[in-house]
Design a protein around this ligand. Structure first.
Ligand code: NAD
Ligand code: 572
Ligand code: ZN
Length: 350
């Protein structure tokens, strides 16, 4: 096959099929793909065929956490050359609307984001992307780390929106891949205590090994009981910033109760579209509740954190598969009994 690609045809119908090798247009580069991480959203499109209003109506290539080597440069590209190793920021905004022009390009309504219908992702042998959304990797940053810059950028944006700083006492709710990148980022931003919750003991063990100061197994606990544990650990105060990374309704409630007056709760996790929350408690204690939507201008920071050793993202990776074995990779990512955190697909380039 010239360009084997992991194409989702419909729910539970993911196949490796040959696609034409794409040629780079103006200001684009062709990339021989190396590492592609599987995200929860890839698994969700595979198993459900949709996330909210984004419905897979035509065959779509999956994958948006990726890196590779530049194999061709299109007209006008001056910043990259053949052979450069790059991480790919997967969302290309329109560049023209008010949000783009003020730098908040993640809010662009015409964003084309890899593996969000109808836009193809990058889980293929060859892929073409705008050059200015590709970041050259220094020699000491691996392809795998390059792919992990994508979820890490979510952690960077969450911590920036939260205002995590030196001395912060941060609570993270949910110890999946996103909770773990938030843990790494909060520590790199100077948080002196990072606490994390989950229902799953294995995920909490992973969080502990990655630097969590307190792990709270929340099964059977009421939101206010979780807040009490946070308060006891910090020493008669609550979290300065809370990053909710599960999307679970009881966890958002716990997030409000666990955040100190005047603090900030960031809603990273996206679950039910409507939930019941102790909103008066949040309001009278001036707990700011802020959402995040992916990230903006975060790749350079994420790359700098990895390149300097401020964070170590390697422990996130639990499994590797070849592109040809993508279906096995998705089965592994889907099955909680595998203990998978981040499954990486190696697409074949050296
Ligand atoms: P994940 O499902 O792997 O992790 C979520 C974790 O939360 C799991 O470990 C689960 O056991 C835990 N959990 C469930 N209920 C809980 C509860 N009541 N209390 C504490 N923990 C609980 O997902 P992920 O890949 O880590 O992503 C996390 C969330 O972030 C998802 O909702 C995802 O859609 C969202 N997300 C949002 C953005 C954004 O732009 N806002 C970007 C990326 C991911
Ligand atoms: O890494 C980007 C990313 N974004 C996720 C989930 C996983 N990975 N989001 C959750 C789903 N939304 S969405 O708005 N959507 C499908 C476009 O519901 C985007 C952010
Ligand atoms: Zn993702």
């Amino acid at each position: 096959m010239a360009n084997p690609s992991a194409v989702l045809f419909k729910t539970n119908d993911l196949r490796i099929v040959d696609r034409p090798i794409p040629e780079p247009g103006k200001n684009q580069v062709q990339i021989s793909m190396h590492s592609v991480g599987i995200c929860g959203s890839d698994v969700h499109y595979w198993t459900h065929g949709a996330i909210g209003d984004f419905v897979v109506r035509a065959p779509m290539v999956l994958g948006h956490e990726s890196s590779g080597t530049v194999t061709k440069v299109g007209e006008g590209v001056t910043t990259l050359k053949i052979g450069d190793r790059v991480a790919i920021e997967p969302g290309i905004p329109c560049r023209c609307c008010g949000y783009c022009r003020e730098g908040r390009y993640n809010l662009c309504r015409d964003m084309r984001f890899c593996a969000t219908p109808p836009v193809d992702g990058s889980l293929a042998r060859f892929y073409v992307h705008d050059a200015d959304f590709c970041y050259k990797l220094p020699d000491n940053v691996s392809f795998e780390e390059g792919a992990l810059l994508e979820p890490l950028s979510v952690g960077v944006h969450a911590c920036q929106r939260a205002g995590v700083k030196v001395g912060s006492k941060v609570l993270i709710c949910g110890a999946g891949p996103i909770g773990l990148v938030c843990l790494l980022t909060a520590k790199a931003f100077g948080a002196t205590k990072v606490m994390i919750t989950d229902l799953d003991a294995g995920r909490l063990e992973k969080a502990k090994s990655m630097g969590a100061d307190l792990c709270i197994q929340v099964t059977g606990l009421q939101p206010k009981e979780i807040a009490e544990k946070v308060k006891n650990f910090i020493g008669d105060d609550l979290a300065t910033e809370t990053l909710e990374c599960s999307g679970a309704e009881p966890s958002i409630r716990a997030g409000i109760y666990s955040t100190r007056s005047g603090g900030t709760l960031i809603l990273v996790g996206l679950g039910k579209p409507e939930v019941t929350l102790p909103i008066v408690d949040a309001s009278v204690r001036e707990v700011d509740i802020r959402g995040i939507f992916r990230y903006r201008n975060a790749y350079p920071t994420a790359l700098e954190m990895v390149a300097t050793g401020a964070v170590n993202v390697k422990p996130l990776v639990t499994h590797h598969f070849s592109l040809e074995k993508s279906l096995d990779a998705f089965e592994t990512a889907k099955d909680p009994s595998t203990g998978a955190i981040k499954v990486i697909i190696d697409c074949g380039s050296a």
